[in-house]
Design a protein around this ligand. Structure first.
Ligand code: PMV
Length: 314
């Protein structure tokens, strides 16, 4: 076999949280959906140098030799955990090439998607079937490195690849949807590690537990109302719920002036409603739109300072 002959390839989607971020860490429900317009992809090739397994992250021009990688190296961890799960004791002579179009540290689940792609490619290559729940658990274990105390929503939606109603520690529940709707995703271009915003919310909660519990309860109420709107197709009310969720996220102090400007610009351009999505302090905002307004909202966001804008259909 020639060296680097192609063997297996797998991909995983990005994700957005429609409603409920941050409160979900404290046991409240959240709604998240996969975003297939951006993906992480892992491709395995045999190498005949006999030097074990190397991961090449093409986007960062990084090469990680598994045998020398630190224990907490997240990409190496995903591979090692998968080898352990399938009972592979000797490292195979593979090159795992990684490419991703998911912006990092922006609330689109890039870390979880990259882990998912590695895990699936290895299982595919070894002809081992593992279910989505097990993949989700493996990604979760890798995610604790990026996030500290993740709720588990990113790994769940990305491993299952479907819209989910999620409560921490419980299996995900698919939700009813009356009709498809469009979401415009605007990337502020500001990289904001989720670990930091989650850590700051925790400090606030420790300092003023009653205030934060009230905010989490209010978010929970919106998430439940939002689920009903999705089931009945009431996009106007769903948009208002996005707006109210954004206000509560501002009160948790996880917004950013640019996100606030982009959210308002999307509303002014005709969106039903808009909010930040994910950890906040930067990263992405989302706007709920009719087909007719998608283009105008996209153009407005670009003019307002978005780095990149995607449109996805849920
Ligand atoms: O990965 P992000 O930035 O989409 O954030 C995940 C959402 C949070 O609720 C802020 C954290 C979590 O673990 O659920």
């Amino acid at each position: 076999m020639p060296s680097h002959s192609f063997l297996s390839k797998s991909s995983a989607p990005g994700k957005i949280i429609l409603l409920g971020e941050h409160a979900v860490v404290y046991g409240r429900p959240a709604i998240a959906v996969p975003v297939w317009e951006v993906t992480a992809e892992a491709a395995i090739a045999q190498n005949e140098r006999g030097c074990g397994c190397t991961i090449i992250a093409h986007d960062f021009e990084r090469e990680i030799q598994l045998s020398n990688a630190p224990e907490d190296e997240p990409l190496a961890l995903a591979a090692r955990k998968t080898f352990a799960l399938v009972g592979l004791t000797a490292e195979p002579d593979w090159t795992i090439g990684l490419r991703s179009t998911i912006p990092i540290a922006s609330g689109l689940g890039s870390g979880a998607a990259v882990s998912a792609a590695i895990i699936r490619a290895i299982c595919h290559q070894l002809n081992v079937n593992i279910d989505d729940a097990t993949i989700s658990q493996l990604i979760y274990e890798c995610e604790t490195l990026h996030h500290g105390t993740p709720s588990g929503i990113d790994n769940t939606v990305i491993a299952h690849g479907m819209p989910v109603w999620f409560i921490k520690g419980e299996p995900p529940v698919p939700f009813k949807q009356d009709k498809p709707f469009k979401i415009v995703i605007g990337d502020s271009g500001i990289m904001a590690p989720t670990k930091e915003s989650v850590g700051d919310v925790r400090l606030g909660w420790l300092h003023e537990p009653e205030k934060y519990e009230r905010l989490f309860d209010a978010i929970e109420h919106l998430v439940k109302e939002g689920r009903e709107c999705i089931a009945s197709g009431d996009l106007k009310l769903l948009g208002e719920i996005f707006d109210r969720n954004h206000t509560l996220l501002q009160q948790l102090s996880v917004s950013h002036p640019l996100l606030d400007v982009m959210v308002q610009a999307a509303r002014d351009a005709g969106a039903f409603g808009a909010k930040l999505s994910g950890g906040g302090r930067g990263g992405n905002m989302i706007a709920l739109v009719r087909n007719e307004e998608a283009c105008a909202v996209k153009n407005t966001l670009m003019r307002t300072g978005a780095n990149r804008v995607l449109v996805t259909t849920i």
